[in-house]
Ligand binder design. Structure first.
Ligand code: CAA
Length: 261
């Protein structure tokens, strides 16, 4: 991973067991160019490999989480070119992190911004958040998973409405539609996000990794297969020190001290 200080389009910080990655291209409303992609993925994978980190927050500014893929960077690209560079493919690496990823959206999360927000395990929105997939207005379609993840989150008819009209929806509609985990007040938004992240980071990392893997599996498999794999994973957790520790702590009315093993 590139040294943290060499990042130009993001800022990173660590507070306890929570790492925060803040997209920082204010002049372009945090549009996601290839440098942002490279830096976000490098930072996230670096934190994922760090055993002291139990949750990663990916956020933007108050005005914009991200206003989409960088249209100015894409404008002159050709089909063979973007195929060869496998444009946007690396964003999927965020879906493979073992450490829970919390995406925290204030302001615009449009196009690729909405799609990256949907890569989070938990998606928190401030009351000012605006979500949309406006690619159709540019003569294209979503290209970082929007047609798939938005449809799974909000269902066919809401997804078609957003993707075919390019309109934006506010935080209240997004929560009602099942796109966001929680809506939080604009004031103190990042503090509330940090509280959620600290709570997740305070759990056994073995258990959070198993939980995210199994919830994600619900999108990939049949109910029968998913329930069977969940049961196997549940059984397997009884081979961990953290299962013994968690249950002993409950019975003896004390706080668990996770070993993450
Ligand atoms: N790419 C590149 N630059 C962008 C951008 C984007 N997606 N979004 C905003 N910017 C730039 C603007 O060009 C502008 O730069 P200049 O000052 O140099 O002109 C600056 O950010 C500020 O933007 P605005 O002046 O437009 O700000 P606004 O407050 O009037 O409007 C907005 C805000 C409604 C979000 C508007 O900027 C907008 O519509 N942005 C584009 C949204 C969009 O279409 N996103 C989808 C991109 S395609 C995609 O994401 C493909 C995919 O699926 C992966």
């Amino acid at each position: 991973m590139a040294p943290m200080s060499s990042f130009e389009t993001i800022q990173t910080s660590v507070e306890g067991a929570v790492a925060t990655i803040t997209i920082d291209r204010p002049k372009a409303l945090n549009a996601l160019n290839s440098q942002v992609l490279e830096e976000v993925v490098a930072a996230a994978e670096g934190f994922d490999a760090d055993e002291n980190i139990g949750a990663i927050v990916l956020t933007g500014s108050e005005k914009a989480f991200a206003a989409g893929a960088d249209i100015k960077e894409m404008q002159t690209k050709s089909y063979p070119g973007i195929r060869m560079e496998r444009m946007f493919e690396d964003w999927e690496r965020l879906a493979k992190l073992e450490t829970p990823l919390i995406t925290a959206v204030s302001g615009y999360a449009l196009g690729g911004g909405c799609e990256v927000a949907m890569l989070g395990d938990i998606l928190l929105a401030s009351e000012s958040a605006k979500f949309g997939q406006p690619e159709i207005t540019l003569g294209i379609i979503p290209g970082m998973g929007g047609t798939q993840r938005l449809t799974r989150a909000v269902g066919k008819y809401k997804a078609m409405d957003l993707i075919l009209t390019g309109r934006t929806m506010d935080a209240e509609e997004a929560e009602r539609s099942g796109l966001v985990s929680r809506v939080l007040p604009v004031e103190g938004f990042q503090k509330e996000v940090a509280k959620v992240a600290q709570k997740v980071a305070g759990m056994s990392q073995v258990a959070t990794a198993a939980a995210t893997k199994m919830v994600d599996a619900a999108y990939e498999t049949t109910l029968t297969q998913g329930v069977a794999t969940e049961r196997d994973t549940f059984w397997a957790l009884f081979a961990t020190e953290d299962q013994s520790e968690g249950m002993d702590a409950f019975v003896n009315k004390r706080k668990p001290e996770w070993k993450n093993s």
